[in-house]
Design a protein around this ligand. Structure first.
Ligand code: AMP
Ligand code: MG
Length: 352
């Protein structure tokens, strides 16, 4: 009797230690002006259709609320509403504005969703027709740019007259986090959501191995680094997505809200963070701050790591890495000189 009970216990323990085989399900969509890919692991025989549906619905909601390419999105309606009036917004939009204010603060204003008048002026919504603006127009756009143009209450937002918001630097990350949360709520333990290079993962692969994410070199058809991640997110900001050239000079879509000019001298910044909202916003912020201040920000931020690729005076690319924090596997030669960690800034949003 005692032997049988012991045997049963042993068998149960063996069953627990040996979970059912997991199968990877993959699907791709086009949304938010880019490609969305998801991988979801489910026990063999299970269907992932409802997982995909739940996760996709979140991303679609963000697109419907925050796209500037939709005349009926909440953001477009907010941007075209009368300045100075309180405008009731959805909890998601409120969340993104709150997060944006946090990222503006930690980056000393380099990250700023009120850059829309500048992006309009420079023509980055349609680079095919873009040209250099006048300095006087840049000065005018700068007068309606800045955190002081946006006031928040618990349910509404108030923009000063002429101010307008662009969530292009944070909405993809926010959407990825919502999709990952939807998958987790459905009991998914291992998944990846990749929205145009803004990537969130939950759980390692079922065999315990991390996800391996290659970071594209900004100028070569090669990887610059590989990130190994079991949970968290990666995002990249670059000068190669959306830009125009005048007299051989590249003007790309990330603007410095302190000068009103597109950032120059940077090719890309990649950030690894606990969530995709943070990775997305902080990569844009560090790109604006430039090679030195950008890497300083990444080094100062708790729980964040990354790399920046600056354009050297000879036109080559200078790569700088943060202290690696165990998640960034650097696949290039010159990774020996990692800067000293000097952390303490709470960059991750939401905090805690
Ligand atoms: P990302 O690719 O995430 O770095 O986001 C770049 C997009 O964010 C641009 O295409 C603009 O729509 C917007 N943007 C440009 N400059 C800034 C800035 N300084 N702060 C916040 N958003 C910006
Ligand atoms: Mg971004």
């Amino acid at each position: 009797m005692r032997v049988t009970a012991l045997l049963l216990t042993f068998l149960l323990a063996a069953c627990e230690a040996d979970p059912p085989e997991q199968t990877a399900h993959r699907r791709a969509w086009t949304i938010m002006g880019t490609t969305l890919e998801m991988t979801v692991y489910r026990p063999q025989g299970d269907d992932a259709a409802a997982d995909f549906e739940a996760a996709y619905a979140e991303i679609e909601t963000v697109d419907q609320l925050m796209s500037l390419y939709r005349s009926d999105s909440e953001l477009t309606i907010l941007n075209t509403s009368r300045g100075g009036a309180a405008f009731a917004v959805s909890p998601y939009t409120l969340d993104v504005i709150q997060a944006s204010q946090h990222f503006s603060e930690v980056s000393a204003g380099a990250f700023d969703v009120s850059v829309k008048p500048l992006i309009d002026l420079w023509g980055f919504y349609d680079v095919a027709t873009a040209s250099l603006p006048d300095e006087t127009d840049i000065a005018k756009a700068l007068m309606v740019t800045g955190v002081d143009q946006v006031a928040l209450s618990d349910t509404s937002v108030r923009l000063t007259e002429g101010a307008a918001l662009d969530f292009g630097a944070i909405a993809k990350g926010y959407a990825v986090d919502l999709a990952i949360a939807a998958l987790q709520t459905r009991g998914v333990r291992s998944a990846m959501v990749n929205l145009g290079g803004t990537i969130g993962v939950t759980g390692p692969h079922p065999d315990g191995s991390p996800w391996r994410i290659g970071l594209q070199h900004p100028r070569q058809a090669a990887l610059m680094a590989t990130v190994e991640l079991s949970t968290g997110a990666v995002a990249t900001s670059g000068d190669y997505d959306r830009f125009f050239e005048v007299d051989g000079r590249r003007y790309s879509h990330i603007v410095d809200p302190r000068t009103g000019w597109p950032v120059s001298g940077m090719a890309s910044v990649s950030v690894v963070a606990p969530n995709a909202t943070t990775a997305d916003a902080v990569s844009t912020a560090a790109f604006v701050l430039g090679a030195d201040d950008g890497i300083d920000l990444l080094n100062a931020c708790n729980a964040i790591t990354g790399l920046s690729a600056a354009i050297a005076s000879d036109g080559g690319i200078d790569v700088a890495y943060t202290e690696a924090a165990g998640v960034l596997t650097v696949a290039v030669e010159d990774a020996a000189n990692l800067p000293d960690p000097n952390r303490g800034v709470q960059c991750v949003w939401p905090p805690g």
